[in-house]
Design a protein around this ligand. Sequence first.
Ligand SMILES: Nc1ncnc2c1ncn2[C@@H]1O[C@H](COP(=O)(O)OP(=O)(O)O)[C@@H](O)[C@H]1O
Ligand SMILES: [Mg+2]
Length: 283
Amino acid sequence: MQGLIDRLANMDNSAPDDYEKDGIRMCGKCHTPKQKLQEFSMPCDGHYSRLVPVLCRCGKEKAHKEDLRVEREQFRCQMQEHHDKYHITDRAYKGFTFDKDDRRNEKLSDVCLRYVEQWDEMKADNMGILFHGSVGTGKSFYACSIVNALLDRCVPAVVTNFPRLLNILQNARERQEYIDHLNTYQLLVIDDLGVERDSSYAAEQVFSVIDARARAELPLIVTTNLTNEELKNPSTMQYARIYDRVLELCPIPIKMVGESRRAGNASIRKAKAQELLMKGGLP
Ligand SMILES: Nc1ncnc2c1ncn2[C@@H]1O[C@H](COP(=O)(O)OP(=O)(O)O)[C@@H](O)[C@H]1O
Ligand SMILES: [Mg+2]
């Protein structure tokens, strides 16, 4: 034991700009102690004290940052493994992040940012958002930005859509395994609900995914072009059951209005192409 204590005491954590104060090594950067006097009590050696190395404030901060980095890296690898195995998300969704938000609608941006900040509460109360409105208004942008911000905080979250899920579920031998896997994500975003093919089989699959989410009491965010009226008065009983669950799981409805942003994006891209290829005009 004595040998172990000696080795601990002799561990060198010194740096060139350290200095001594009252016999204790101090960090030259943060000016906090890098040693402390530790009491030991041994049955054969009795009581004695030795100076042992400790982490100064900046050393602790550095160690904490390193722990976070390792945790993030492990999380990133785990998410990547899941994506490689289950293929439930699309690479395109990665590109929608809050840092690209032009904040044309500040209130809406703030609501979405606050959803991320209040994630623990949102999760505890199983609160999802329903982004509804016409095409190109930014529904997918905001829903994906929320997912990507949560992933940055090591919260398992994913965006998918039913055309993709239906393809997978149709071919999967382990259908239930996929559905269970979706519930390993704390947040699930279903993008573009309502664009999946209109069949009784599709409706059955959609129902099992949404119902599993409701039973697991996990948050769901949905984006859809369907109107409030269409959600409240669906044409079939199967969809009535689905939309009923969606409205219950997503108590925060956000109506997206305005012109499609895609038209604006297209004209910017067209101008850029003209500039690059035709030097001022299409032939
Ligand atoms: N807040 C925003 N800031 C910057 N670009 C945005 C924003 N919202 C949407 N966009 C852009 O507008 C286009 C359409 O948005 P999208 O979310 O796909 O619309 P929707 O899902 O409602 O059809 C995308 O290219 C997207 O990058
Ligand atoms: Mg969309």
